[in-house]
Design a protein around this ligand. Sequence first.
Ligand code: NAP
Length: 491
Amino acid sequence: MNESKSTPRKLRIVIIGAGMAGILAAIRLREAGKHEVAVYEKSGRIGGTWRENTYPGLNCDVPAHAYTYSFAPNPDWSSFLAPGPEIQSYFENVVRRHDISPLIRFSQEVKSCVWRDGRWRIETVHGMKDEADVVIAATGVLHHISIPQIDGLESFAGAKFHTARWDHSVPLDGKRVGIIGNGSTGVQIVSALAGRASHVTHIQRTPQWIMPMPNDPYTDEQRTAFRKDPALIDQIRYGEWYTSMVRRFTEAITDHQSEQMYEIEAIVRNNLEQSVKDPVLREKLRPDYRAACKRLIYSPDYYQAVQRPDVGVVVGRIARIEPEGVRMQDGTLHALDVLALATGFKAHLYMRPMTVQGRDGADLDVFWARHATSYLGISMPGFPNFFMLNGPTGPVGNFSLIDIAERQWGYIDQLIATLESGRCREISVNAALMKDFDQRRIAAAKKTVFATGCKSWYLDADGVPSSWPWSYDAFAEQTAAPRFEEFDLVG
Ligand code: NAP
């Protein structure tokens, strides 16, 4: 670091992805008005996960007023948990209001970012080239769909698709619809299709714990009140009920012997006991692992849906898929017209298959060969001025990812200010610090509820949970301001 260099610099900043996090970064940078900004988006529309997921019943199980940018409260949410299309419209409105569309290069998927001569060289799959002083990777976590390896999948005679590629031209009313998978996605779809399809078959390999969650619509009077008095929105977002729920939840997951964890387990167990009347169905639906080991599912109506005569729950292993439907290992065939694969995402890819080459030959594929990691989900050693929003090791789970991205943005903004000030030209977390962080993170992760013996997308190839293993307050505290002694400041 050269202390004598103090000429402020205007930077060129490239943001990759125009989903929730990329929009946030673009708005903040545009407001500050100090730098040149370009956003590269692989699709023709903004929205990220809310653009890609359009399945029936899609909503966000984080309370709508908490799943909202702090600077753009929305008095118009229709219900406590917002439906997916409303969230997509919200992001489109925010983009319009902040006029960031002109910054976005649509249908330009970034293929590579290479650090050469003190700048990032960026190239898209369509051959567009750019250069930047700073890259912000806001590429999301759950966007590479996972298609299961099941014998005969291609032979199915009806319509089939992954839930993040929902084919709305396929009729569902009066059809026999099968859903494979019972993560948050599969559960929401089953609730939505019950009573619409002639029969819904929910095929699950592993039962899930379900947390009851009210989802009342907001009345016109409530929406008017929110509009007149934004403090009412703040009471939901920052009030005791939601913040203490988040705090109790993180205490529970980080200490699975805690009182908070036992409280969660009692609620989900009670939900199963009280809601499901038929003892045979109840036992079918009972998981044999700790609550919140897999991402906890919040649902106001799943148990009601599966008790309908036109909904069947099938728990077991699939033998193969045949033209008529799904054949289970016990020999039963479930005949179907439509098959939806609610089989999740390859969560550990992050921005890959993009090539990212940093300083002195640093290569992302090599750095992440064992497991994807980063400091605070933001910075990686050897990749100067390359910052992530919701990168690996950040808190993912049952919280508002918007809140997490805003905290990370506040931190990145301070790193950018350091580059802008001329104090240095390159900044990335120190390699030794990163190693130490990762060792401590892995040791703590092994003690979380995520590591108590279930399989989930939280686990890396070594079976270690990859998300933030400490409390939410610890994340808030550590992302409040960079400790520059933890970074290599060069130039
Ligand atoms: P997921 O939680 O990863 O669930 C995938 C499901 O597919 C699991 O039930 C899995 O069974 C099953 N599966 C995978 N391969 C299979 C195979 N070969 N045979 C049979 N079953 C198979 O995926 P998701 O439900 O799409 O959810 C992913 C994440 O998206 C969630 O955890 C959440 O973070 C986010 N999400 C959030 C919301 C929200 O409201 N905020 C809504 C939807 C999704 P096993 O359990 O046996 O592996």
